[in-house]
Design a binder for this molecule. Sequence first.
Ligand code: SAM
Length: 431
Amino acid sequence: MEVNCISEGASEPFIPGGHIASGWTTGDTGDAEYIQDPLIPDFSSKPYEIYCGDARETIRRLKAGGTQFDCVVTSPPYFNQRMYGDDPREIGRESGNGGVDSFISNLVSIFRKIPVRPWASLWVNLGDKRSANGALMGVPSLFVVAMQDAGFFLKDDVVWAKEVVPVGGRSIGHCQVEPAPGRLNGNGWEPFFRFVADPKRAWSDTSAVRIPRDDDHFFHQGTGTPIEQHRYSTAMECVTSLEGRNLSNVWFVGNSREGNGHFAAYPKELVERPIAMTCPEYLVEDGGEIKPRVRIVEPTEYSEGPGRGKRAMGQYSLAEPKVGDGQLTPEEQKQEEKRIENLREKSGRMDFARGYTPRYPKPKGWTLMDNPVVGPGIVFDPFGGNGTTGHVAVLLGRRFVGIDLYQDNAERMKGRCERAYASLRTERGVN
Ligand SMILES: C[S@@+](CC[C@H](N)C(=O)[O-])C[C@H]1O[C@@H](n2cnc3c(N)ncnc32)[C@H](O)[C@@H]1O
């Protein structure tokens, strides 16, 4: 299971992002920098390829080979957080006065050079760092601004919540305990950003990650029969509903217990949704071009019980008690107030517009169904570590390319992809 390390060749010179605003590289190999030592992933007998080497050098060679990725999901090393080995090419060790600026420029420069399809998304989980005086450096915010300056668009910003504390005081979940005099424990959440090259062309299948609706409020129109809520994939830990509510951007996901010797592994539940939602399951050939199939969704009326489909503006937020003060007993008054409070709680969605009729998105199939399939989309992780992204990508039927600077990580990543591929074959009944 050995993965040969790519050691030959110097890493490319650092190119600062600055205010270039030229966006993402899109597979153009005309540049001399991109024509030597091509690497072409071999997907002939397996849906993954793992490389051991420096991300910059390996990306350059992948680009030279003409690979284009559909989705990138990664957690780069954080700034000055830990050392993974002794290779001076390791990202995150930038030091000196401008250390954090160099770190951010290096990351942006790497991401800009990843060859991608025009519909690609790039998901980055990046934590913060504190200065010697305990103040936060704001690394994730600085990184977002640098990415925007480099031409990326921030399409989603997810809060990865590890521990949440409701007003009742009992926490849900766990995060690393921190002796932090005079401040809060800063380990409760981390950001997870989704950048795109083109917000209008970015491929998304939000149906894949919708969440189940409340059974009390989701009936077939005019009947009391609940709408069946199909899951997107049995391989996912996250519970989904193809026809459910649109997923919001705070995800409560417990820390990973699958580090297997790697100190900074993220949990697989964290990367399931990005892969399911932003890496096309099928690429097809259409008039000499590669295109992703797109899910066809039809907005369909449902009722919240027979005869309650239509909404009038203000029905909820402007609801008033039916009987005026003084005509009700204190008990009836209390019940009426509760009824009005319940109605007003619904106002955000229900009072959207005059005559608003609630609809849910009913998946009706996919575009380009008669076109020949080229293969599943390719997920890429340039800082693959223990291989969580690869594991999930393969389980969800996508292809995967991963890189890590260190051989032991690359081997673990390869092992996890192999095991995921074995489960996928079993699940699909293929030898
Ligand atoms: C935060 S970890 C990734 C963890 C991964 N998401 C997981 O769940 O296992 C960052 C990884 O980046 C790798 N790395 C650091 N510098 C690199 C470079 N220049 N090229 C490629 N990989 C690098 C480290 O070896 C480390 O495994």
